[in-house]
Design a protein. Sequence first.
Length: 312
Amino acid sequence: MEAVKIENLAKRYGKNEVLKDINLSVPDGQFYCLMGPNGSGKTTLTSILASIKNKTSGSISIYGKPPEHARNLIGYMPQENFSSAALTGRENLLYFAGLMGYSSRDAAKISAELLKQVGLLGDADKMVSKYSGGMRKRLELATVLFEGIKLLILDEPTTGLDPAARRNFFELVSEFRKKNITVFLITHIGADAELADMIGLIDNGKIIAQDSPDNLKRNNLQKNTLTVETKTRNERIKKILAAFNRGSEVVEAENGYKISSDDIAEDIPLIIRELDRQGFEVIRLESTSATLEDVFFKLTGHSVKKTTGGNF
Protein backbone atom coordinates (compact mmCIF):
# COMPACT_ATOMS: atom_id res chain seq x y z
CA MET A 1 0.00 0.00 0.00
CA GLU A 2 1.16 3.55 -0.74
CA ALA A 3 1.39 5.78 2.30
CA VAL A 4 1.81 8.90 0.15
CA LYS A 5 0.85 9.39 -3.50
CA ILE A 6 1.45 12.74 -5.20
CA GLU A 7 0.70 13.42 -8.87
CA ASN A 8 1.36 16.64 -10.79
CA LEU A 9 1.18 18.72 -7.61
CA ALA A 10 1.56 22.49 -7.99
CA LYS A 11 1.33 25.39 -5.56
CA ARG A 12 1.26 29.04 -6.53
CA TYR A 13 1.10 32.29 -4.60
CA GLY A 14 -0.04 34.74 -7.23
CA LYS A 15 2.54 34.47 -10.00
CA ASN A 16 5.08 32.79 -7.74
CA GLU A 17 5.07 29.05 -8.46
CA VAL A 18 6.52 27.40 -5.35
CA LEU A 19 5.88 23.78 -6.39
CA LYS A 20 5.99 22.64 -10.01
CA ASP A 21 4.59 19.31 -11.20
CA ILE A 22 5.67 17.22 -8.18
CA ASN A 23 5.31 13.45 -8.57
CA LEU A 24 6.32 10.95 -5.92
CA SER A 25 5.07 7.92 -4.05
CA VAL A 26 6.08 6.54 -0.67
CA PRO A 27 5.24 2.90 0.14
CA ASP A 28 3.87 2.02 3.56
CA GLY A 29 6.71 1.73 6.07
CA GLN A 30 9.35 3.49 3.96
CA PHE A 31 11.70 6.21 5.19
CA TYR A 32 11.52 8.89 2.49
CA CYS A 33 13.60 12.07 2.56
CA LEU A 34 13.06 15.26 0.59
CA MET A 35 16.37 17.12 0.54
CA GLY A 36 16.87 20.68 -0.67
CA PRO A 37 17.88 24.20 0.38
CA ASN A 38 15.70 26.81 2.04
CA GLY A 39 13.26 28.24 -0.47
CA SER A 40 13.15 25.08 -2.59
CA GLY A 41 9.50 24.31 -1.77
CA LYS A 42 9.98 21.40 0.62
CA THR A 43 8.28 23.02 3.63
CA THR A 44 5.33 24.01 1.46
CA LEU A 45 5.03 20.43 0.26
CA THR A 46 5.01 19.00 3.79
CA SER A 47 2.49 21.64 4.88
CA ILE A 48 0.17 20.43 2.11
CA LEU A 49 0.77 16.82 3.17
CA ALA A 50 -0.16 17.74 6.74
CA SER A 51 -3.31 19.53 5.52
CA ILE A 52 -2.12 22.91 6.78
CA LYS A 53 -1.98 24.47 3.32
CA ASN A 54 -4.05 23.82 0.20
CA LYS A 55 -2.63 22.77 -3.16
CA THR A 56 -3.25 24.79 -6.32
CA SER A 57 -3.57 21.78 -8.62
CA GLY A 58 -2.72 18.10 -8.89
CA SER A 59 -3.65 15.26 -6.55
CA ILE A 60 -2.35 14.03 -3.22
CA SER A 61 -3.45 11.14 -1.00
CA ILE A 62 -2.43 9.75 2.39
CA TYR A 63 -3.25 6.05 2.60
CA GLY A 64 -5.82 6.57 -0.13
CA LYS A 65 -7.44 9.62 1.49
CA PRO A 66 -7.11 13.36 0.84
CA PRO A 67 -4.88 14.95 3.51
CA GLU A 68 -7.79 16.74 5.18
CA HIS A 69 -9.50 13.36 5.72
CA ALA A 70 -6.35 11.63 6.97
CA ARG A 71 -5.34 13.95 9.79
CA ASN A 72 -5.78 11.24 12.42
CA LEU A 73 -3.10 9.20 10.59
CA ILE A 74 -0.52 12.01 10.45
CA GLY A 75 2.01 13.11 13.03
CA TYR A 76 3.48 16.44 11.87
CA MET A 77 6.56 17.89 13.54
CA PRO A 78 7.32 21.39 12.20
CA GLN A 79 10.79 22.91 12.31
CA GLU A 80 9.87 25.51 14.92
CA ASN A 81 9.50 24.35 18.53
CA PHE A 82 5.83 24.05 19.42
CA SER A 83 5.95 22.65 22.95
CA SER A 84 5.25 25.16 25.71
CA ALA A 85 8.35 26.20 27.65
CA ALA A 86 6.04 27.33 30.49
CA LEU A 87 4.84 23.75 31.11
CA THR A 88 6.60 20.56 32.16
CA GLY A 89 7.21 17.78 29.67
CA ARG A 90 4.39 15.76 31.21
CA GLU A 91 1.99 18.72 31.12
CA ASN A 92 2.75 19.25 27.43
CA LEU A 93 1.91 15.64 26.61
CA LEU A 94 -1.25 15.72 28.73
CA TYR A 95 -2.36 18.84 26.86
CA PHE A 96 -1.86 17.23 23.44
CA ALA A 97 -3.47 13.99 24.61
CA GLY A 98 -6.52 16.02 25.61
CA LEU A 99 -6.66 17.55 22.14
CA MET A 100 -6.59 14.01 20.74
CA GLY A 101 -9.69 13.16 22.78
CA TYR A 102 -8.16 10.96 25.47
CA SER A 103 -9.79 10.84 28.90
CA SER A 104 -7.74 12.18 31.82
CA ARG A 105 -6.90 8.66 32.96
CA ASP A 106 -5.88 7.44 29.49
CA ALA A 107 -3.97 10.66 28.82
CA ALA A 108 -1.89 10.15 31.96
CA LYS A 109 -1.12 6.54 31.02
CA ILE A 110 -0.14 7.17 27.40
CA SER A 111 1.84 10.29 28.31
CA ALA A 112 3.94 8.28 30.76
CA GLU A 113 4.49 5.57 28.13
CA LEU A 114 5.61 8.08 25.50
CA LEU A 115 7.90 9.90 27.92
CA LYS A 116 9.52 6.57 28.74
CA GLN A 117 9.94 5.71 25.05
CA VAL A 118 11.75 8.98 24.30
CA GLY A 119 13.92 8.76 27.41
CA LEU A 120 12.34 11.65 29.31
CA LEU A 121 10.41 9.93 32.08
CA GLY A 122 13.03 11.02 34.62
CA ASP A 123 12.65 14.63 33.44
CA ALA A 124 8.89 14.51 32.95
CA ASP A 125 8.14 17.05 35.67
CA LYS A 126 10.91 19.45 34.75
CA MET A 127 9.94 22.71 33.02
CA VAL A 128 10.55 22.53 29.28
CA SER A 129 12.39 25.85 29.56
CA LYS A 130 15.09 23.82 31.36
CA TYR A 131 15.32 21.20 28.60
CA SER A 132 18.25 21.07 26.20
CA GLY A 133 17.55 21.39 22.48
CA GLY A 134 17.79 17.63 22.03
CA MET A 135 15.44 16.93 24.93
CA ARG A 136 12.86 19.33 23.56
CA LYS A 137 12.99 17.68 20.14
CA ARG A 138 12.48 14.27 21.75
CA LEU A 139 9.49 15.63 23.67
CA GLU A 140 7.97 17.06 20.52
CA LEU A 141 8.53 13.77 18.71
CA ALA A 142 6.50 12.09 21.45
CA THR A 143 3.65 14.59 21.05
CA VAL A 144 3.13 13.62 17.40
CA LEU A 145 3.26 9.85 17.90
CA PHE A 146 0.05 9.04 19.72
CA GLU A 147 -1.62 5.73 18.93
CA GLY A 148 -2.98 5.44 15.39
CA ILE A 149 -0.33 7.61 13.71
CA LYS A 150 0.87 5.95 10.50
CA LEU A 151 2.73 8.79 8.75
CA LEU A 152 5.37 10.82 10.60
CA ILE A 153 6.31 14.09 8.87
CA LEU A 154 9.53 15.68 10.13
CA ASP A 155 10.44 19.19 8.98
CA GLU A 156 14.17 19.88 9.56
CA PRO A 157 14.04 18.14 12.97
CA THR A 158 17.76 18.31 13.76
CA THR A 159 18.56 21.88 12.80
CA GLY A 160 20.62 23.40 15.62
CA LEU A 161 21.30 20.09 17.37
CA ASP A 162 24.80 18.85 18.08
CA PRO A 163 25.90 15.55 16.47
CA ALA A 164 25.14 13.48 19.60
CA ALA A 165 21.62 14.91 19.91
CA ARG A 166 21.01 14.36 16.19
CA ARG A 167 22.13 10.74 16.47
CA ASN A 168 19.92 10.20 19.53
CA PHE A 169 16.92 11.70 17.75
CA PHE A 170 17.21 9.39 14.75
CA GLU A 171 17.77 6.38 16.99
CA LEU A 172 14.33 7.15 18.42
CA VAL A 173 12.86 7.51 14.94
CA SER A 174 14.35 4.13 14.06
CA GLU A 175 12.65 2.56 17.09
CA PHE A 176 9.28 4.01 16.14
CA ARG A 177 9.72 2.72 12.58
CA LYS A 178 9.57 -0.80 14.00
CA LYS A 179 5.86 -0.09 14.52
CA ASN A 180 5.57 0.21 10.73
CA ILE A 181 5.35 4.00 10.80
CA THR A 182 6.16 5.68 7.50
CA VAL A 183 8.63 8.56 7.82
CA PHE A 184 8.66 11.61 5.54
CA LEU A 185 11.69 13.76 6.37
CA ILE A 186 12.67 17.09 4.88
CA THR A 187 16.19 18.36 5.43
CA HIS A 188 19.18 20.16 3.96
CA ILE A 189 21.59 17.99 5.97
CA GLY A 190 23.14 15.20 3.91
CA ALA A 191 24.06 13.08 6.95
CA ASP A 192 20.37 12.98 7.95
CA ALA A 193 19.27 12.16 4.40
CA GLU A 194 21.73 9.24 4.27
CA LEU A 195 19.50 7.39 6.75
CA ALA A 196 16.55 7.26 4.34
CA ASP A 197 15.51 4.41 2.06
CA MET A 198 14.69 6.81 -0.77
CA ILE A 199 15.62 10.43 -1.40
CA GLY A 200 14.05 13.09 -3.57
CA LEU A 201 16.28 16.08 -4.33
CA ILE A 202 14.22 19.26 -4.72
CA ASP A 203 15.33 22.63 -6.08
CA ASN A 204 13.29 25.65 -7.17
CA GLY A 205 10.03 23.77 -6.67
CA LYS A 206 10.98 20.76 -8.81
CA ILE A 207 12.19 17.29 -7.90
CA ILE A 208 15.38 16.89 -9.90
CA ALA A 209 16.30 13.33 -8.88
CA GLN A 210 14.92 10.40 -6.86
CA ASP A 211 16.73 7.25 -5.83
CA SER A 212 18.38 5.51 -2.90
CA PRO A 213 21.33 7.37 -1.28
CA ASP A 214 23.87 4.90 -2.71
CA ASN A 215 22.43 5.02 -6.22
CA LEU A 216 22.32 8.82 -6.26
CA LYS A 217 26.02 8.94 -5.44
CA ARG A 218 26.98 6.07 -7.72
CA ASN A 219 25.10 7.38 -10.75
CA ASN A 220 26.02 11.06 -10.45
CA LEU A 221 29.55 11.23 -9.08
CA GLN A 222 32.27 9.74 -11.23
CA LYS A 223 35.17 11.78 -9.82
CA ASN A 224 36.91 11.72 -6.47
CA THR A 225 36.32 14.55 -4.01
CA LEU A 226 39.21 16.35 -2.36
CA THR A 227 38.74 18.40 0.80
CA VAL A 228 41.34 21.14 1.24
CA GLU A 229 41.55 22.90 4.60
CA THR A 230 43.75 25.99 4.75
CA LYS A 231 44.81 28.19 7.65
CA THR A 232 43.01 31.16 6.12
CA ARG A 233 40.09 31.43 3.69
CA ASN A 234 39.71 33.95 0.88
CA GLU A 235 38.80 34.33 -2.78
CA ARG A 236 42.43 33.91 -3.92
CA ILE A 237 42.52 30.40 -2.50
CA LYS A 238 39.24 29.55 -4.22
CA LYS A 239 40.66 30.83 -7.51
CA ILE A 240 43.77 28.67 -7.13
CA LEU A 241 41.68 25.59 -6.38
CA ALA A 242 39.30 26.34 -9.25
CA ALA A 243 42.19 25.84 -11.67
CA PHE A 244 42.57 22.28 -10.40
CA ASN A 245 38.77 21.91 -10.44
CA ARG A 246 38.86 22.41 -14.24
CA GLY A 247 37.23 25.82 -13.90
CA SER A 248 34.19 24.56 -11.98
CA GLU A 249 32.92 26.33 -8.87
CA VAL A 250 34.71 25.41 -5.65
CA VAL A 251 32.37 24.38 -2.83
CA GLU A 252 33.16 25.97 0.54
CA ALA A 253 32.15 23.57 3.31
CA GLU A 254 32.47 23.68 7.11
CA ASN A 255 35.62 21.55 7.01
CA GLY A 256 37.33 23.25 4.07
CA TYR A 257 37.07 23.68 0.31
CA LYS A 258 35.80 20.80 -1.82
CA ILE A 259 36.88 20.13 -5.39
CA SER A 260 36.62 17.22 -7.81
CA SER A 261 39.71 15.32 -8.92
CA ASP A 262 40.32 13.01 -11.87
CA ASP A 263 43.66 11.89 -10.44
CA ILE A 264 44.16 12.24 -6.67
CA ALA A 265 47.77 11.01 -6.70
CA GLU A 266 48.70 13.70 -9.23
CA ASP A 267 46.59 16.57 -7.91
CA ILE A 268 47.40 16.45 -4.18
CA PRO A 269 51.14 17.35 -4.41
CA LEU A 270 50.43 19.96 -7.11
CA ILE A 271 47.77 21.66 -4.97
CA ILE A 272 50.01 21.74 -1.89
CA ARG A 273 52.93 23.10 -3.92
CA GLU A 274 50.87 25.85 -5.59
CA LEU A 275 49.18 27.01 -2.39
CA ASP A 276 52.56 27.07 -0.61
CA ARG A 277 54.10 29.03 -3.49
CA GLN A 278 51.43 31.70 -3.10
CA GLY A 279 51.82 31.85 0.68
CA PHE A 280 48.87 29.76 1.88
CA GLU A 281 49.37 27.05 4.49
CA VAL A 282 47.50 23.76 3.98
CA ILE A 283 46.32 22.27 7.29
CA ARG A 284 44.69 19.19 5.80
CA LEU A 285 44.15 17.75 2.35
CA GLU A 286 42.38 14.44 1.95
CA SER A 287 40.20 12.40 -0.31
CA THR A 288 36.67 12.22 1.08
CA SER A 289 33.78 9.93 0.36
CA ALA A 290 31.11 11.22 -1.97
CA THR A 291 28.21 12.86 -0.15
CA LEU A 292 24.64 13.74 -1.04
CA GLU A 293 25.66 17.41 -0.84
CA ASP A 294 28.16 16.64 -3.63
CA VAL A 295 25.37 15.06 -5.70
CA PHE A 296 23.14 18.07 -5.18
CA PHE A 297 25.93 20.43 -6.22
CA LYS A 298 26.66 18.32 -9.31
CA LEU A 299 23.01 18.48 -10.42
CA THR A 300 22.28 22.13 -9.59
CA GLY A 301 25.59 23.99 -9.56
CA HIS A 302 25.00 25.38 -6.07
CA SER A 303 25.17 24.19 -2.46
CA VAL A 304 22.20 22.59 -0.74
CA LYS A 305 22.90 24.95 2.17
CA LYS A 306 22.37 28.11 0.15
CA THR A 307 19.97 30.66 1.58
CA THR A 308 17.20 32.35 -0.35
CA GLY A 309 14.57 34.95 0.28
CA GLY A 310 12.10 32.59 1.91
CA ASN A 311 11.67 29.31 3.69
CA PHE A 312 9.02 27.76 1.46
